[in-house]
Design a protein around this ligand. Structure first.
Ligand SMILES: Cc1ncc(COP(=O)(O)O)c(C=O)c1O
Length: 339
């Protein structure tokens, strides 16, 4: 295997160009065969709907280096389905699940030397995306589309890994009540840049968004879902049509019930009832599990388990999830593609 000069132990969540990416075009009603290319630049028409009207959707998933040197790709079929949902919402052509998975597997194989070694905590992050391209000017679906998958080695998304950090409730909405919050589309993230920046300026890890209709319930923690643990052994996550259905969150709901004997609950999480929870965290592919130390809501600062220590249930969930992803624990059927 080729060698690359990367400090695996100190990876952040930053762009690194790797060797090859997958690239495919949709024209005249069909996807072409797709190619692997070294080119990391996108050459598109100035009229592309992606540039003006936000006709873009993307995904994020990871490949993990296991102890025996094999590679695990985690729940890629779920990412394929979610991308199809996002495409339907933005009137873009869907990429079939088998094409999506093959593109991901090919990109992992072609960039195998960029997968951080087992034990460093690093992973190979894959970024599939679809954008509307081709000559256009009106607010219409694009005449052509581009689907690509690229990848890079990453470390922790929120600085600190399993060290708890603080979050602040935003006064902005991330998505509209009946808008695109459940789709992984570019516009949601453009809208989140200013609230995120304001949270960072106030020394918070990120902001927490409330539901856009009543502003009383927690929806998202930056680009991650929220979970709380109650003293009654419940694993609670918000349920709402404007939340992105996190694959990590659904994996944790399953593991909490089947492996930790907890009660999985999807329901309302009122911002004025945080004392319900003995522990809380953010979860997502990039965030993995990031314990929440405290939440600032107006003048009030609510601390969950501890401002410095991760709680015992959050740690168990983290160990279970990462154990499966890195191949140290048995995975539920269908969760892992071995490469
Ligand atoms: C807004 C938002 N919520 C939640 C998540 C977590 O989703 P997943 O666990 O599928 O990565 C992400 C990341 O994909 C996200 O961007």
């Amino acid at each position: 295997m080729k060698k690359v000069d990367i400090d695996w132990e100190n990876l952040g969540f930053t762009y690194i160009k790797t060797d090859l990416r997958y690239l495919s075009y949709w024209k005249n009603g069909a996807w072409d065969a797709g190619v692997m290319t070294e080119d990391n630049q996108v050459h598109i028409s100035e009229g592309s709907t992606a540039l003006h009207y936000g006709q873009t959707a993307f995904e994020g998933l990871k490949a993990y280096r296991c102890k025996d040197d094999s590679i695990n790709l985690f729940r890629a079929d779920e990412n394929a389905k979610r991308l199809q949902d996002s495409c339907r919402r933005l009137l873009m052509p869907e990429v079939p699940t088998d094409v999506f998975i093959k593109a991901c597997v090919d990109v992992v194989k072609a960039n195998e030397h960029f997968i951080p070694p087992y034990g460093t905590g690093g992973t190979l992050y894959l970024r599939p995306y679809i954008v509307g391209v081709g000559n256009n000017i009106g607010v219409n679906p694009a005449p052509e589309y581009l689907f690509s998958v690229f990848c890079m080695p990453v470390g922790a998304y929120f600085k600190g890994g399993l060290t708890p950090t603080n979050f602040v409730v935003s006064e902005y909405d991330r998505a509209a009540g009946h808008g695109t919050g459940a789709a992984k589309v570019g516009g949601n993230y453009a809208a989140s840049l200013l609230p995120g920046e304001e949270a960072h300026q106030r020394q918070f890890s990120d902001c927490i968004y409330l539901d856009p209709i009543t502003h009383t319930k927690i929806e998202e923690v930056g680009a991650a879902n929220f979970f709380g643990i109650t003293a009654n052994n419940e694993f609670v996550t918000p349920l709402s049509p404007s939340i992105l259905p996190s694959i990590t969150k659904y994996s944790l709901l399953h593991l909490a019930e089947k492996r930790l004997g907890m009660i999985p609950v999807e329901g309302d999480v009122y911002i004025n009832q945080l004392e319900r929870f003995v522990e809380a965290g953010a979860c997502g592919t990039a965030a993995v599990i990031s314990p929440i130390a405290g939440i600032q809501y107006g003048e009030d600062f609510h601390v969950f388990y501890s401002e410095t220590e991760v709680g015992p249930v959050t740690r168990k969930l983290y160990d279970e999830l990462c154990g499966i992803q890195f191949g140290d624990k048995e995975a539920p059927e269908g969760w892992i593609i071995k490469i």
